[in-house]
Design a protein around this ligand. Structure first.
Ligand code: PEP
Ligand code: MG
Length: 577
């Protein structure tokens, strides 16, 4: 037996047979070429067939996984349609009198070189990944080789790959897949997001997987731990028995948990915790409904803006209004546009920044581009007529930013009033606590805002000064650092002083080890990935609030993350028997 370890990108436990996914062989003899005219024709044909393949995938996706994934392929089709890109390959073909394959590869290398000089952001990484995907597709068509896809898998497959691109997973045979192991990729990689949305276990950042695992090997994924992923390859009989029993128990528990999806999330001693879902689109909202979501604590609206053209007020209004109606009176917290940092909106053509995470991000960007912000605010105020819509501002670091944002809400309402457009002029306004400044100012902010929600993904990044997207320093990104937990405690206490509620909408909110602690620290609302809703309800219903409070005080006095974790594992959060 071999045991590999990686990072848990999507929790769970499963077993199956290894399906080794290797890229198709794209080797060729560069000296064997046709006439220049013939090479140009081959190139055109390959571009056309690659475009048709992508169009096919995109159309299948629009109906199944939703727009969110389809837009990835639209982006790749745009690369194929880009005249400059095509011209560059044609120029290379003419200059070097080479094979079309060589011209494609050379142009790709040139772009990869350019990207390596750009800042190392997740967005640039995604653009390069898309370009790589497109070039591989053109090459394969040029070479007339069969596509190796995940579209037809043997039953109970666990896909082992170096890396998985969107085009690999888009056509994936979902009914036969049990889980994923990839050598590369971080917690925010494409496969991580996909696996979560399909509720399948996935281990990413698992070095040596391609070397260690062979076709049809028995593979067991034990990803119950939210940090460390364990991958067992051909375990012995005893270990297999143990893992199979654990898997059975885990699945039975998930089925049991699903039955709780409509129960109230209240502790044994009566403390009510509002449990909401995080969504990024209407498709996510529909999926969240399956897990019993009654409210949304974080609607990330960036997705609407990352697709290409900026969405108009009307387009935004329709989306927000639909979400509000679907929730039928349930709370819908919409976060205003949170771009900058690692999220770039091409249509805005913003200048490059040396330090984008400390740059023009979130509310700062919206206050600079007032028209863009006002259009979103008008759409939100109009949609607020259809339900309990609340507006939340990201990356706030001063009270003045909140006041300025509030003034713009008032202006947006006045504009609508002048035009006689139905709207709600004063929905509750909240602040995301993601910066240390917002923690220290939480009492001041909650004097004026109706609520706060802690974005612990960013809060951890800024409190610990560690780039959340940099895999190389991921060991410094300490989820349970006492510094971060004290920031949470301070914020919750400050909000309570002003009679306002404090929530958490970062990943920490769905981590079972953190939930009792957050409850004990006075957090009143948790917004989590939809599939984590049932287990979080069950967990809250098993807690004793007073015990959580006592334990939280103990945790706040600890100096190291190790001590915190050890304490959280031993704590008795429930009533004594
Ligand atoms: C966060 O920072 O915790 C958060 C919820 O926002 P995002 O992950 O979108 O930055
Ligand atoms: Mg954030």
């Amino acid at each position: 037996m071999q045991t590999l370890s990686g990072l848990t990108a999507s929790p769970g436990i499963c077993s199956g047979k290894a399906y080794i996914f290797r890229a198709v062989d794209l080797s060729y003899d560069p000296a064997r070429m046709e006439s220049p005219g013939e090479e140009a024709k081959r190139l055109k044909d390959a571009f056309d067939s690659a475009w048709r393949e992508l169009d096919g995938i995109k159309n299948t996706l629009s109906g199944s996984m939703g727009e969110e994934y389809a837009h990835i392929f639209r982006a790749q089709m745009t690369i194929l349609e880009d005249d400059d890109f095509r011209q560059e390959i044609t120029d290379k073909l003419n200059e070097a009198a080479c094979r079309a394959e060589t011209a494609v590869e050379e142009v790709y290398k040139m772009y990869a070189g350019l990207f390596s000089q750009m800042e190392d952001s997740a967005y640039n990484a995604q653009r390069l990944a898309d370009l790589n995907d497109v070039c591989q597709r053109v090459l394969r068509n040029l070479l007339d080789r069969e596509e190796i896809t995940l579209s037809s898998l043997p039953p109970e497959s666990i896909v082992i790959a170096k890396e998985l691109f969107p085009s690999d997973t888009a056509v994936m045979d979902r009914k036969n897949i049990r889980g994923f192991v990839t050598e590369r990729g971080g917690l925010t990689s494409h496969v991580a997001i996909l696996a979560k949305s399909l509720s399948l276990p996935a281990a990413v950042g698992t070095p040596g997987a391609m070397e260690a695992v062979k076709k049809k090997d028995a593979v067991f994924l034990d990803l119950r731990d939210y940090e460390k992923a364990l991958v067992y390859v051909n375990p012995g009989v005893e270990k297999q028995k143990e893992l199979t029993a654990l898997e059975k128990e885990y699945l039975e528990r998930q089925m049991e948990l699903l039955k709780m999806k409509d129960l109230e999330s209240v502790t044994l001693d009566g403390r009510k915790i509002t449990l909401s879902a995080n969504i990024g689109s209407l498709e996510d909202l529909a999926a969240a409904g399956e897990f019993g979501a009654k409210s949304v604590g974080l609607f990330r609206t960036e997705f609407l803006f990352l697709k290409g053209d900026l969405p108009r007020e009307e387009e935004q209004y329709l989306v927000y209004a639909e979400a509000a109606k679907k929730l039928a009176g349930g709370m819908l917290i919409v976060r205003t546009l949170d771009i900058g940092g690692d999220k770039e909106v091409k249509a805005l053509n913003l200048p490059k920044e040396e330090n984008p995470f400390l740059g023009l991000r979130g509310i700062r960007l919206c206050l600079k581009y007032e028209e863009l912000f006002l259009a979103q605010l008008r759409a939100l105020l109009r949609a607020a007529v259809h339900g309990d819509l609340r507006i939340m501002f990201p990356m706030v670091s001063s009270v003045l930013e909140f006041r300025r944002a509030r003034e713009l809400v008032v202006r947006a309402a006045a504009e609508l009033r002048e035009k006689g457009i139905p709207h709600k002029s004063d929905p509750p306004l909240g602040v995301m606590v993601e910066t240390p400044a917002a923690v220290f100012l939480a009492e001041d902010l909650t004097r004026e805002a109706s609520f706060v929600s802690m974005g612990t993904n960013d809060l951890t990044q800024y409190v610990l000064s560690v780039d959340r997207g940099n895999e190389a320093i991921s060991s410094y990104y300490r989820t349970f650092s006492p510094a971060v937990l004290r920031a949470v405690g301070l914020t919750a206490a400050a909000a309570a002083k002003n009679g306002k509620w404090a929530g958490v909408c970062g990943e920490l909110a769905g981590n079972p080890m953190a939930v009792p602690l957050l409850v004990g620290l006075g957090v009143e609302e948790l917004s989590v990935t939809a599939s984590a809703l049932p287990q979080t309800i069950a967990l809250i219903r098993s807690l004793n609030f007073n015990r959580c409070r006592e334990a939280a005080q103990k945790v706040l006095a600890m100096s190291t993350e190790d001590d915190v974790k050890a304490c959280l594992q031993q704590c008795a959060w429930r009533d004594p028997p």
